[in-house]
Design a protein around this ligand. Structure first.
Ligand code: CA
Length: 232
């Protein structure tokens, strides 16, 4: 195990990946961008590292010795750790499983991937997790109150637990009630990139937000053939 770089200005990114060439490549690209990088090669050590090092973001391979990446993420969320997570998947059919499991992951990249693309995703995630500059604003949507500074959502008096991505998606829709956003627009605004291949990501995250809104799920309306809108 290599020691983490602790003086990196942008914070520490944890990579849990058992294929060393991939881990080394990602480490190189992230280091160049000013991130500290810690690499773990098995799932158990990876989960321990999330607790010990408090990284700013985690990149988790799915199939790992010891414990799958999905299980690491599930345990992080169960512990109340909402650090942004990007999954690395080896196969396209894993994507459906990841998205369907409601593990609380924020994004995924399918192998083989461009390290530059992965770095872009990490930076986009961190920009979002840092929150918008308008720190004192509360955005109201029907019975929902979104505190953009604290990044919390309450439904009436009930606090809701959303992932960083779910929060950003809801906040974006709530920012302009009645405006219909296409999936590509939402991908660009919330995930920081746009591609047709990623549009089902939007659908799955909308479904997860709705599930958490419970009785208020109808506030996010599907506009068939177009995208989504928030009803004021
Ligand atoms: Ca693997």
């Amino acid at each position: 195990m290599m020691a983490p770089v602790t003086d990196a200005s942008k914070g520490l990114v944890l990579i849990v990946e058992d294929e060393r060439p991939i881990a080394d490549l990602v480490r190189l690209y992230l280091s160049r961008e000013g991130f500290g990088v810690q690499v773990e090669h098995d799932g158990v050590a990876g989960l321990a590292a999330t607790r010990r090092l408090r990284p700013v973001a985690c990149i988790l391979d799915i199939a790992l010795p010891g414990m799958d990446g999905t299980e690491i993420c599930r345990r992080m969320r169960a512990d109340g750790d909402w650090t942004p997570v990007i999954f690395l998947t080896a196969r396209d059919d894993e994507v459906d499983r990841i998205l369907g499991l409601e593990l609380g992951g924020d994004d995924y990249v399918t192998k083989p991937f461009s390290p530059r693309e992965l770095v872009t995703r990490v930076k986009a995630l961190l920009r979002r997790a840092a929150g918008p500059p308008e720190t004192d604003r509360v955005r109201q949507l029907g019975p929902l109150a979104l505190d953009l500074g604290r990044r919390t959502v309450t439904l009436g008096a009930l606090p809701l637990t959303l992932t960083a991505t779910e929060f950003d998606l809801l906040a974006h829709l709530a920012g302009r009630p009645g405006r219909v956003f296409t999936r590509e627009e939402l991908l660009a605004a919330v995930w920081g990139y746009a591609s047709h291949a990623g549009t089902r990501t939007v659908d799955v995250h909308v479904a997860q937000v709705r599930a958490k809104l419970g009785a208020a799920a109808g506030l996010i309306r599907t506009v068939r053939g177009v995208g989504y809108t928030a009803d004021a």
